[in-house]
Design a protein around this ligand. Structure first.
Ligand SMILES: [Zn+2]
Length: 242
């Protein structure tokens, strides 16, 4: 079998979490839970996150350092200082370029994975560039790739939608949903508009995350379409976890 990262032929590929497990399951650990809204309009409770056999053992191990860093940043969000009248969260003490690499590693895994949550991810001609960047572990990616984080502080933040690609801030952007955090990844030659670009990881020190209370109206519409047929079942599930 061929490793999706180093491209070596290997007798076995190992399981990789696409989003680090500690993040994917964070809602469960807090005594809450994340509602997973899949592409088949079937909402269900997030259990152990999504994983796939996509790379060799060595490449899987190469994900760990950035995953740990990203988990640390994720945990820091709740206590992170807020600035600019509440529209941004400061990731004090973190390195924006390293966080950007961590998110691009997640996007790369999502691209390799055949899990339903990530079926919208297709890097096409940009896959090779991202692979080189991750394998060589030095330098930066081209300006096609930008990453911003969105901290969703309110109740909406518990909802984990399937990863989707849509226009955002003037460019094609993937949204990778995690509990109370969305990674926004631009894969487009066009730059983002200023309202997002200022939070682009690697462009400020310390890095910042956009801070919002709730999801955008378009996202809420996608959720309600998926959730409406199942409202009574979901309310029952929420009651159990209150
Ligand atoms: Zn490999």
């Amino acid at each position: 079998m061929r490793c999706g990262l180093c491209l070596a032929e290997e007798p076995n590929l190992v399981n990789s979490h696409i989003v680090p497990e500690a993040i994917a399951t964070a809602g469960l650990l807090n005594g809450q839970f994340s509602l997973l809204v899949g592409p088949k309009n079937y909402p269900k409770r997030m259990q152990i996150g999504a994983y796939s056999r996509i790379v060799c053992e060595k490449c899987e191990a190469s994900f760990h350092a950035e995953d740990e860093l990203f988990i640390a940043a994720f945990r820091f969000l709740n206590q992170a200082p807020v600035f600019d009248e509440g529209v941004a969260t400061i990731l004090d003490g973190f390195d924006g370029s390293q966080l950007k690499r961590a998110v691009l590693s997640i996007l790369f895994r999502a691209n390799l994975s055949d899990h339903e949550l990530f079926r919208d991810v297709n890097l096409g001609p940009y896959e090779d560039e991202l692979r080189r960047y991750l394998v060589e572990r030095s330098g930066d990616v081209s300006s096609v790739f930008s990453v911003a984080l969105r901290h969703v502080t309110g109740k909406d933040g518990r909802i984990v939608l399937n990863c989707m690609r849509a226009m955002l801030g003037g460019a094609h952007t993937y949204r990778i949903y995690m509990p109370h955090l969305t990674a926004l990844v631009k894969v487009d030659k066009r730059p983002w508009e200023k309202s997002i670009a200022y939070a682009s990881l690697g462009s400020t020190n310390p890095p910042v995350a956009l801070r919002v209370d709730s999801l955008a109206p378009s996202e809420r519409r996608a959720i309600s379409l998926a959730v409406e047929p199942h409202v009574s079942r979901i309310e029952k599930a929420f009651r159990r976890f209150r």
